[in-house]
Write a protein that binds this ligand. Structure first.
Ligand code: DC
Length: 209
């Protein structure tokens, strides 16, 4: 049976980077579940759907495919905001649950591990996963990490605006009624505020080994 590793945590804590490194080390496929919400958000924007129209928003799940999940357009401040807003829609979440549950099944015969990162993977999607990691860091540090990422793309980051948007996303992620962002009681909680990526990675490798 393929073993599931879940990585949950707030925006810009470094989940994707850790998931990528872990994927390489363990030869494990990764599902970045935030991309599902981002792909729906992109459709909502392109189709000019009203953010209150939950039915039409939920119907956008039908347009998700390999291409849309790998689109470069998924990462913009507008998509950050809209994906966070629509992620509180209960029906949308339940449609995306089945999509996520199918992921390990695809690899059940070929892989030893799969990694899934997001917000509710260890609590709602795979509560019985073998290894559950919850990454945390202060919002100030996360804003700095995000600013550094933006600076690499040669754009000039506005750190106070980034920090504000992180706080708004934290608030939506942690206070929504359906599947809020909280650590599973049996997860490994790693506060990365004072850890760099290598230190965090080493800590996680120790857990999964
Ligand atoms: O991880 P990310 O920043 O790419 O996720 C984008 C948005 O999707 C995030 O603001 C909250 C939502 N999301 C969620 O509600 N549940 C998940 N499992 C993953 C993401």
């Amino acid at each position: 049976m393929v073993k599931i590793i879940t990585i949950d945590g707030p925006a810009s804590v470094g989940k994707s980077e850790i998931a990528k490194k872990l994927s390489k080390r363990m030869s494990a496929p990764v599902l970045f579940s935030g991309r599902l919400y981002r792909a729906v958000a992109l459709e909502v924007i392109n189709r000019k759907i009203d953010l209150k129209d939950e039915k039409k928003i939920t119907a956008c799940v039908a347009y998700i495919n390999e291409n849309s999940l790998n689109s470069k357009k998924l990462y913009s401040s507008q998509i950050d905001k809209v994906s966070s807003q629509i992620s509180s829609i209960k029906k949308l979440r339940s449609k995306l649950v089945s999509y996520q549950k199918k992921f390990p099944i695809k690899y059940s015969k070929t892989k030893k591990y799969v990694i899934i990162e997001g917000r509710d993977i260890g609590t709602v999607i795979f509560p019985k996963a073998k290894y559950k990691i919850f990454m945390w860091a202060s919002s100030e540090i996360r804003a700095k990490r995000r600013a550094l990422q933006i600076a690499k793309t040669k754009k000039t980051p506005n750190i106070s605006q980034i920090h504000k948007s992180i706080l708004a996303r934290d608030n939506r992620d942690m206070t929504r009624k359906t599947a809020p962002l909280i650590p599973a009681a049996d997860s490994y909680l790693i506060d990365t505020t004072f850890l760099d990526i290598e230190q965090t990675f080493k800590t996680i490798i120790k857990i999964v080994k």
